[in-house]
Design a protein around this ligand. Structure first.
Ligand SMILES: NC(=O)c1ccc[n+]([C@@H]2O[C@H](COP(=O)([O-])OP(=O)(O)OC[C@H]3O[C@@H](n4cnc5c(N)ncnc54)[C@H](OP(=O)(O)O)[C@@H]3O)[C@@H](O)[C@H]2O)c1
Length: 639
């Protein structure tokens, strides 16, 4: 496309803060379009930036009611777009609300500035299950009609694109309005979300015809993360199935061997949306946009289970049976069951547009794996990863690895009962120095293996072409030391943070799996934080790290394996073996770090020792800057 209509927007996107909306805005900007993003709260997340931007433009403070901000405001959307390489100079952020009547709550000034828009995208909706009927209708039906009526007032309108859903609009003929009895039946049968999408689909098509609005309806299936980064933004539906699979809470799968829940990557879908005005010249289209090569649901779940290193359910339960059982028993949300069918969809018209635009579906199995990686990395939307990782085969373990796998300056190995997220604070202090972070096998997010920890570490480091510093916390000191002894030529130094084998042994209950396993399995993030960090204040990073560890401990087997390792690592023979290795065998420089409250009690041999005041066994959580400084020195840089 590459053309703009002067400085004023020629495309407008409603729902621009949403998952589909933001990727569509990004794609339109990449095409060189000038885009208005209509969002409800332009100053959300960054009120000061929004207020300043509005003041600079209008000489007034940012209005509490809808009004104009520019790309400097708009909450976090402009920052997200910039972070994804967009030029936000051609972005205008406008306050508006689908529930604001046919004027959409736009100020008169904004409405005027949007007079010349040619393409209107409606990706706004309330997308949730468990909604009330009116709550869903107000935005998804009435709001969609408001967008339609507003679009009808744009003199140069080329296309209105309405995002529907792949299970709606399948009927023979759309009707709107429906008599109340039919409407009640629709909402009862489908639930409020899907009912409202079905009603809206008919409503916009009927009213568009009445008003002569050039409408295209797109019906996406489940939209998954970006095809290369896996980045997601929506965590309901199929993402919840992946979450349950990951957490060991998917004992059986609803549906049959042929149940088909098609997916569509968000980048392909956004490109498709942005291509419609040019490549689907005739309005009136209904396009089912989905990847027909998506494996059937049981196969899809098996694929992801194998990728994540968890067990796939073997049992299939017919949807009809689940419907008859109480939801409290099955844990199934009745609104999601409607998606579990064997139906296939006619994608021919969508494919014609895609072909004209030169768009191809990315390989679906790879996209699914990358999406699953990112879902786990972001803890299913609850804690965005600082350094997103993914799953790889390492020493027979599906291992969670993040960072630079071939040229790291540092290799960071966590202790117990933590995972790789425990290095978040330290990573933040390293100014982007390349680091490789992995969860030890059987711990955190990594699956167990029968290989020894040393064999696992050797395999992890096999592709590494640099001579990194290995930084190991507590229990990870064992494989790190053994690796250093076996392969001194492959690393430049060892930094052992809280080398447990030189410190007081862990308390006896923690070394007793029968006691430690149930304790760790049920421990809350708050309790774990208190026990690891004390009652004092701790940083957000430290709390996020501990929350990640607690979440993994709740998954099947992780607490048990952690408890066993605590026992085995503390055997006197193992402690003595590591002490001997440290003082007699290891030839690379070794730096030992210990908190003042958990000092070294055994001879450190020739290693350099640094004591960090006012902390205990987890100084990398409490004092990340001090650890990073010593790491840099170990790497030969000034601390
Ligand atoms: N994601 C999927 O897999 C999928 C599949 C099929 C169809 N769809 C459809 O695709 C559309 C977008 O879905 P999504 O996944 O991007 O949803 P989403 O991430 O929840 O985004 C919804 C967007 O709608 C906005 N919105 C909600 N109420 C609004 C109102 N009253 N006025 C203005 N904006 C409002 C939200 O703004 P705030 O940020 O202010 O809340 C947000 O920007 C929906 O129509 C959905 O039904 C999605």
């Amino acid at each position: 496309m590459g053309e703009t209509s002067g400085s004023e927007p020629d495309a407008v996107v409603f729902g621009a803060t949403g998952f589909i909306g933001r990727w569509t805005v990004l794609r339109l900007l990449e095409q060189g379009r000038t885009v208005a993003a209509v969002i409800r709260e332009p100053t959300r997340d960054r009120p000061d930036a929004g207020a300043q931007a509005a003041r600079g433009r209008t000489g007034a403070s940012v209005p509490a009611t809808p009004g104009r901000t520019d790309a400097g405001g708009g909450g976090e959307l402009p920052a997200w777009l910039q972070g994804h390489g967009a030029d936000v100079e051609r972005l205008m952020v406008v306050a508006g609300d689908l529930t604001g009547g046919p004027g959409l709550g736009l100020s008169a000034v904004d409405d005027e500035r949007l007079a010349g828009v040619r393409d209107v995208v409606n990706a706004a909706a309330v997308y949730r299950f468990g909604l009330g009927r009116e709550e869903a209708r107000t935005v998804n039906v009435e709001g969609a009609l408001n967008v339609l009526r507003w679009a009808a007032t744009r003199p140069g309108l080329r296309r209105l694109i309405h995002v529907s859903g792949y299970r709606v609009g399948l009927g023979p003929r759309e009707r709107y309005p429906l008599p109340e009895a039919e409407l009640a039946e629709l909402y009862r049968g489908q639930g409020a979300y899907e009912g409202s999408k079905t009603e809206a689909d008919a409503a916009v098509r009927v009213v568009a015809e009445q008003l002569g609005v050039p409408l295209t309806v797109v019906n996406p299936s489940t939209v998954i993360g970006h095809s290369t980064t896996g980045e997601a933004g929506q965590y309901i539906g199929l993402a919840e199935v992946v979450r349950d699979l990951w957490n060991g809470r998917l004992p059986a799968l609803p549906g049959t061997a042929r149940t088909f829940v098609p997916v569509e990557t968000v980048d392909h879908f956004a490109s498709y949306m942005a291509a419609i005005p040019e490549h689907d010249p005739k309005p009136g289209g209904l396009h089912w946009v989905l990847d027909e090569n998506t494996p059937n649901l049981p196969e899809l779940v098996r694929l992801l289970a194998a990728h994540l290193g968890v067990r796939a359910p073997k049992t299939l339960v017919p949807v009809s049976l689940i419907r008859r059982l109480p939801a409290a028993l099955t844990g199934a949300n009745p609104e999601t069951l409607a998606f579990l069918t064997e139906d296939r969809y006619d994608t021919a018209s969508a494919e014609r547009v895609a072909e004209a635009a030169g768009l191809r579906q990315p390989p679906v199995e790879t996209a699914l794996r990358r999406w699953a990686d990112r879902l786990v990395a972001d803890r299913f939307g609850t804690a965005p990863a600082v350094l997103p990782g993914g799953f790889h085969d390492v020493g027979g373990s599906r291992t969670y690895v993040a960072g630079d796998r071939t040229s790291p300056g540092f290799v960071l190995l966590h202790g117990l009962p933590l995972d790789g997220e425990s290095w978040q604070g330290v990573l933040g202090e390293l100014d982007g120095a390349p680091a490789l972070v992995a969860d030890l096998p059987g711990l955190g997010r990594s699956a167990p293996t029968s290989a020894t920890p040393l064999a696992w570490l050797t395999d992890l480091l096999a592709p590494v072409r640099t001579r990194p510093v290995i930084v190991a916390h507590s229990a990870a000191a064992a494989p790190a030391l053994r690796y250093a002894a076996a392969h001194p030529e492959r690393i430049s130094a060892l930094v052992l943070v809280s080398p447990y084998f030189l410190q007081e042994a862990a308390p006896r209950p923690l070394r007793t799996p029968a006691l430690a396993t149930p304790l760790l399995k049920r421990i809350s993030a708050d309790r774990l934080a208190t026990s690891l960090l004390g009652d004092g204040t701790s940083s957000d990073e430290a709390r996020r790290a501990v929350a990640s560890a607690a979440a993994q401990l709740h998954r099947p087997g992780v607490a048990r394996r952690t408890a066993r390792l605590l026992r085995d690592a503390n055997q006197p023979a193992e402690r003595a073996a590591l002490q001997a290795l440290l003082s007699e065998t290891v030839s690379v420089p070794v730096h030992l770090l210990a908190g003042q409250l958990d000092p070294l009690v055994a001879d450190p041999g020739p290693a350099t020792v640094t004591t960090i005041p006012g902390t205990g066994h987890h100084p990398h959580l409490t004092h990340p800057a001090a650890i990073a400084s010593i790491m840099r020195r170990a790497d030969g840089a000034p601390g």
